[in-house]
Structure formats: structure tokens, C-alpha cells
Write a protein that binds this ligand. Sequence first.
Ligand SMILES: NC(=O)C1=CN([C@@H]2O[C@H](COP(=O)(O)OP(=O)(O)OC[C@H]3O[C@@H](n4cnc5c(N)ncnc54)[C@H](OP(=O)(O)O)[C@@H]3O)[C@@H](O)[C@H]2O)[C@@H](O)CC1
Ligand SMILES: Nc1ncnc2c1ncn2[C@@H]1O[C@H](COP(=O)(O)OP(=O)(O)O)[C@@H](O)[C@H]1O
Ligand SMILES: [K+]
Length: 508
Amino acid sequence: MYILSSIQMAKADKATIEISGITSTELMEHAATKCFHWLHTRLQGQKVKIHVFCGIGNNGGDGLVIARHLHQHGYNVNCYVVNFSEKRTEEFLVNYNRLKEIGEWPTVINNENDFPDVAFEDIVIDAIFGNGLTREPEGFTKKLIEYINNTKVFTLAIDFPSGLYSNSSVTDKNAVLKAGHTLTFQTPKLAFLLPENKDFINTWEVIDIGLDADFIEGLKPQNNYITKNEILPMYKPRNKWSHKGTYGHSLIIGGSFGKIGAVTLASKAALKIGSGLVSAYVPKCGYNIIQISVPEAMVEVDNDAALEYYNFKTKATVIGIGPGMGTVEKTALGFELFIKENKLPLVIDADAINLLSQNKLLLKYLPKNTVLTPHPKELERLVGTWKNDFEKLEKITKLSQDYNLIIVLKGTHTVVVNGTSKYFNSTGNPALATAGSGDVLTGIITGLIAQGYKPVNAAIFGVYLHGKTADIAIQNTAHETFTASTILDYLPKAILDLFEEEVENPEE
Ligand SMILES: NC(=O)C1=CN([C@@H]2O[C@H](COP(=O)(O)OP(=O)(O)OC[C@H]3O[C@@H](n4cnc5c(N)ncnc54)[C@H](OP(=O)(O)O)[C@@H]3O)[C@@H](O)[C@H]2O)[C@@H](O)CC1
Ligand SMILES: Nc1ncnc2c1ncn2[C@@H]1O[C@H](COP(=O)(O)OP(=O)(O)O)[C@@H](O)[C@H]1O
Ligand SMILES: [K+]
């Protein structure tokens, strides 16, 4: 699914109106009616008090349409116009009049004295600002947003939480509405996927308003939201005449005294995702541990308690390096020689990323399409700090372009960056916030590359499946009891889920 910016959304709105011949008011009616149905399905006519706050642009127009439908269905609805400007859009005015025609006169809010009483148990619909936000809300509009936030009432935001931009950072955090749920039109918005906006975005979903798909395709959006639809075509089914050699040989390099578990998890993951063969290259102290805990894997050993020589004999298809490796001097020196000589595809994680950060000259030796899987702290060591999440994404893009790398920045919405293309993951939940889950991801991506997946696809596919295990598991287990090993237990279900049909959305 593409992620569109505000400018792209406005272009797609306009183009759809021209191409399909429907009017802008009809498009608004269609979009806002879907939002009403979303609410109606859940409320089933309950007499809860609903406050609809409308701006004076088309986001406000949506609010007016929703208020009209709520009124006509007998809900206890209060509609307000937040009068921050005298200009009104045509679609706003059409719907203002339609609301008046059915006997519902919105209350105009001109200053703080006009704020209505809002109780914790009420519902607020936020239709103040949407796609057309050009600057931060101020004056009484900002005060209204603060006022609503302070009530802690459930807030349903239409298209955007008011005050949030799609593609740039908020500078005044008090001027953004904290949405309980957001119904956004046509595509996810980049701002919803960034940790800096965690206070404003809770849950959200996309309402398909039928914008022209060919036109959107022609915009060549660079930001993507990865769901099952994008993942399924990547899947490589197995051939009847294949054998273990067909599915490659993953070599996992890492471990140090006390941290052999990381290599164990990564090796198990590479096997479980289907790598034909898996070997581990660990310090001597890890030999028995891996042999006993992963009988399917082969093991080669280096020096005693930490890697030093990197002189393995395994003829691997791909190497995953870093889990539990440590950064002591001898490991770092050996790593430098290894990187300078290596020609095999690489997945680089954890301490191997930290060693690259300590010696950035090594970056130029990495084979094209090497996958790096940093968490934010590891990324910071590599590229320095950032002012905000948009600048962070720019820094990752530059790193990816400068060295032809694929960067997997891990987090709630892990993003895979390949040059200017970005792929944000849709799966996963806080169950994954547990020791070793990153090591498992390294093994999964390595094992997919071994089987012939293009590195960028291996990264996108692996991240999706990794998150999906937690989403499936959480139906039967608690967040707390999910561990990195549970990811492996649920990999079969995550793969099988790809072939299950989605349940129809009742509102569609
Ligand atoms: N057919 C369609 O197009 C469809 C559109 N749809 C809906 O339209 C929404 C976009 O509508 P929109 O473009 O009218 O912008 P919106 O967010 O309502 O507000 C912009 C107004 O606010 C003003 N303004 C901005 N910032 C401000 C500030 N800080 N403080 C004060 N004023 C500020 C700005 O004026 P200006 O910047 O020029 O001063 C302008 O007057 C979109 O999110 C979706 O909900 C759907 O119905 C689907 C069909
Ligand atoms: N709240 C969350 N929602 C979704 N995914 C998460 C969440 N917290 C952590 N994860 C995922 O868990 C993994 C953690 O990796 P990492 O930080 O390297 O852990 P470790 O070093 O313990 O292996 C990443 O893939 C990350 O995306
Ligand atoms: K809004």
C-alpha cells in the first residue's frame, strides 16, 4: 500500500474528481459517510453524547456530513464550527446548509468562552484540520485542542489528528490533538508511523474512498506500507525436485562468552525459515551449546571466548554476522580483515554494526545490497543524532545511497530503506520487546537470502513475518510471556496466514 503525502493526496483528490466525473461534494459525502458507518456499527444507536468539532475547510466539511448522519440516526450529537478563519470552502458551505436544513444549527466557537462542556464519558469527533494544515494551530484553536486533550475523552480523528502534518515534524506538541483512533483517507500517512508522534497517534485505519489507483501509481510514491498484499507475491513456493542445496547455506557468525544464546537463536531462525543448511561460527566456548541446542546446525569454532580469526571453511551462500559478538579489540581487528576480504552477501546486526560505527572506513567494503539491521541506538552510533524522525529517515536514505546498503531500522513500525524507497511494516506488537527478538530477525533475513530472496525482499518479508508471529501469538498468550523463542514457534502460523483469506470489513 502506498503512503501519500498531503500534496500527493490533494493531487489524487483532484485527479479522481476530473477522471471519474464525480463532484468534490460527492467525494466528501462518500468519505464522511464511511466514517459515520464506522461509528454507527460500533455505537448501535447508544445515547452517548457526541461532540463534532468542525474546522472551516474540507475536513470540517467531513465533520458536518458525519454530524448530519448522526443526527438523522437519532444520536445525541452537538456540532460546532471552530471559526478560526472567515473563509469557508464550497464543500463546507454545502454541508453547512444541509445540516441547517434538517434543523441542526452548529454552534460557532469564536473564543475560549464558547468552549462546550465535554465529559470524560462523551465522544469527540475531531474534524478541525486535516490534509490542509499549513501552520501550527494557535490562539483559541490551540486552546481548544489543549482543552479536548485535557478531558481525556475518547477522540475519533477524521483523516488526521488536528495539528499533525503528514510529512514534517510537529514543533508545538501542545497544538496537536491526541487521537484515540484515526480514520484516515485512502492511504496511511508517514507521520502515523514515526515514534515522535506516539502521543497523537494511537490506533488508526485506512478508509478507502476510491481515489484513482492508476493516477496514484503514476505519482510513483516512494513510501510504502507493507501488508499481506505486498508480501504474498514475494513468496517463493518450493519445487518438487528441489533438495537442501537449492535452499542455500546460511552462516551465522557471532557469540562471545555468555552470549552464545544470540547465535543459537539466529541459527534456529535461519533453519526455521527454510535455509537448506545452517552453520554457526562461534568462539570455542559456544561449541557444545550450539551442537546440543541446534542439532540441525553445523558448528565451526574460532578462539576461546571471543572471535578473533574468522577463518571458517564453510562455503556459505550468505553470512549473518553480529549477534552476541562483542566488540573487544581482537574481535574488532579480525572483523576488519574479514570485512575487507569478504565477497559474500551479508546481514549485519548488533555488535557488527557497532564495529562498523567504530571504523566507518569499512562501510565501503560491504558488498552491494548488504542488509544492516540496527535498532535506533545502533543507528545513532552509525549516523549520529537527528533533530526529528524525518531527519532520521533522511540520514538513513543517505547512508543507503552512499554505500548501496539496505537498512532495516527496527522499532514499532520497522522500516526497510533501499535508496529513496521506504517500506514500513504493519505487523508486530510490544510482545516483541524482549531479549533476543532482534537476533531471531537476523536469522530469518539471512535464511531468506540463502533461499534466493533478493536482499531487499528478504528484509521486507522477514520483518513482516517476524511481526506477524507476535500478532498471531497474542491471541493465545500474554505480551509478557512471549519470548524470542516464541517467535520461532509461531513462524509456521505466520507463513500459513499468508494464504488465508481476509475477513471482509463489515463497513465496506
Ligand atoms: N474532495 C476532497 O477534496 C475531499 C477532501 N476531504 C477532506 O478534506 C480535507 C482537506 O481539506 P482542506 O484542504 O480544505 O484542508 P483542512 O485541513 O480542512 O483545513 C485547511 C483550512 O485551514 C486553514 N489552516 C491551515 N492551517 C491552519 C492553522 N494552523 N490555523 C488556522 N488556519 C489554518 C487553511 O487556510 P490557509 O492555510 O490558507 O490559511 C484552510 O482554510 C481532508 O483532510 C479530508 O478530511 C475528504 O472529504 C475527501 C474528499
Ligand atoms: N513495541 C513493538 N512493536 C513492534 N515490534 C517491536 C516492538 N518492540 C520491539 N519490536 C521488535 O523487536 C525486535 C527487537 O530487536 P532488538 O532491539 O535488536 O532486540 P535484541 O537486541 O534483544 O535482539 C525488532 O525487530 C523490533 O522491531
Ligand atoms: K481532523
